[in-house]
Design a protein around this ligand. Structure first.
Ligand code: FES
Ligand code: FES
Length: 158
């Protein structure tokens, strides 16, 4: 077992975890944060995406011990004071959710992309969603939601 300290959604946690436990397992099994989903378990679907120190990462590919000392944001932490976060709102407005399994991963990827560059272009948006799979194939509405978020963030900067 290895001792780690991680920040998750602004709260510090000290845990003892097996060396082979992934960050995804730490979040879901140790912290009961089950909003982050496991699809493929090997880095190919994006369902497990969280934000680590400002960058979107696939939590199934990161060991808990590698996350030691890092700050993690998950889907549970992005809505503030009971209000939907603007990306969540945009997904509702564009009807971009079907079964919802892929949705947390898409939202966290979009959040990291917008936080890092609020005025990103269409190509950069496509790149930000590269490798994210939606088995319900709702890509068009997800992209529309992303564009809606970009428009709002550009307007806020003006
Ligand atoms: S579960 Fe991590 S990329 Fe699919
Ligand atoms: S909404 Fe079902 S997998 Fe994307």
């Amino acid at each position: 077992m290895h001792k780690i300290t991680i920040g998750v959604n602004g709260k510090p946690y000290s845990l003892s975890v097996p060396a082979q436990m992934t960050l995804l397992e730490v979040l879901r099994e140790e912290l009961d944060l089950t909003g982050t989903k496991e699809g493929c378990g090997n880095g190919e679907c994006g369902a497990c995406t969280v934000i680590m120190d400002g960058q979107a990462v696939r939590s199934c590919l990161i060991l808990g011990v590698e996350a030691n000392g890092r700050e993690i944001a998950t889907i549970e932490g992005i809505a503030e004071s009971g209000e939907l976060q603007p990306i969540q709102q945009a997904f509702i407005e564009e009807d971009a959710v079907q079964c919802g399994f892929c949705t947390p991963g898409f939202i966290m990827a979009i959040k990291a992309a917008i936080d890092n560059n609020p005025a990103l272009n269409d190509k950069q948006m496509m790149e930000a969603l590269g490798g994210h799979l939606c088995r319900c194939t709702g890509y068009e509405t997800i992209f529309k939601a992303f564009k809606r978020v970009r428009k709002r963030s550009v307007e806020q900067k003006e």
